[in-house]
Design a binder for this molecule. Structure first.
Ligand code: CP
Ligand code: NVA
Length: 304
């Protein structure tokens, strides 16, 4: 039997997302109404994390419990992964003992290798190149606030990182346009996403990227794994803060999103992230809701 994995946003098509959005609405409603819903009772989730996490760990762990299953957390320090056991062997062993796995790691090639050796579905809980669960939660959040994202405009102010690549894959699937403004030296890698397309445009000036958009989004200037570059990045990203002036260039009813954790005064000013256009807490909360639908789908398939 073919196993479905979710290793990057483009692993699912529009039809899959439409289905998952409907399931998310339903599962969220049940949860808000304190209605017990245990489709994954007796099922186990294993989370293999090689980087820190608050939201991803918490939302998968809580989500699995709320669906009636169990969750087990492993990291590089407390497992044999940190002592050199191979990814292939680790995947073989873990996938014989559980029903679904979330991996947070460095290069995308690691999670691809993990999935190739897994007997159960693997979800990307963030790699250097992709963060599909977060962007799915963000699109669901947009939908809740503004309706369909089809033909809308999204500004990305920051480096070409995991979040941006997932946004760009999502733009192609959902039919929206991304205005990308990256600091010099931190541009899109065409090996990860082709620059020949009509779902994003590049802007040298981050303020111009915000012109007339429906959503402005950004991320930390230094992603996990790149800490050594922190000092250089602080200099290179000067001007790439999302502040009130940039939000004023966007549509009046534009939303502000940030996957969190945030650094107020660096990539976003406090008045924007804590202001009325910001939906950052809803984005974080929706990680729980979309991932419950995702786990249900990957373990049980479509519910008729
Ligand atoms: N947004 C996000 O993935 O947060 P964590 O790093 O806390 O999991
Ligand atoms: N781009 C950030 C996202 C954190 C959720 C990172 O990879 O650290």
């Amino acid at each position: 039997m073919d196993i479905k994995h979710f290793l990057q946003f483009s692993d699912f098509d529009f039809d899959d997302y439409e289905y998952l959005i409907e399931r998310t609405k339903l599962i969220k409603k049940k949860f808000k109404n304190y209605e017990t819903y245990h489709p994954l009772s007796d099922r186990s989730l294993v989370m293999v994390f090689e980087k820190n996490s608050t939201r991803t760990r918490l939302s998968f762990e809580a989500g699995m419990y709320q669906l009636g299953g169990d969750a087990i957390y492993l990291n590089a320090l407390n497992s044999q992964l940190g002592r050199g056991e191979s990814v292939e062997d680790t995947a073989q062993v873990i996938s014989r003992m559980c029903d679904i796995i979330v991996v947070r790691t460095f290069g995308q090639e690691i999670i691809e290798k993990f999935a190739l050796n897994s007997r159960v579905p693997v979800i990307n809980g963030l790699t250097n190149e992709h963060h599909p669960c977060q962007v799915f939660a963000d699109i669901f959040t947009f939908l809740e606030h503004r309706g369909s994202i089809f033909e809308k405009k999204v500004a990305w102010v920051g480096d070409a990182n995991n979040m941006l690549y997932s946004w760009l894959q999502a733009a192609q699937i959902f039919g929206f346009h991304v205005h990308v403004s990256t600091p010099c030296g931190y541009e899109i890698n065409s090996k990860i996403i082709s620059k020949n397309n009509n779902w994003f445009s590049i802007f040298l000036d981050p303020s111009d990227a915000c012109d007339g958009v429906d959503l402005v989004t950004t991320d930390v200037w230094t992603s996990m794994g790149y800490e050594k570059e922190n000092k250089e990045r602080l200099k290179a990203f000067d001007g790439w803060i999302v502040d009130k002036q940039k939000m004023l260039r966007a549509k009046k009813n534009a939303l502000f999103m940030h996957c969190l954790p945030a650094h107020r005064g660096e990539e976003v000013s406090a008045d924007v992230i804590d202001g009325h256009q910001s939906v950052v807490w809803e984005e974080a909360e929706n990680r729980l809701n979309v991932q419950k639908a995702l786990m249900e789908y990957l373990v049980l398939g479509r519910i008729k």
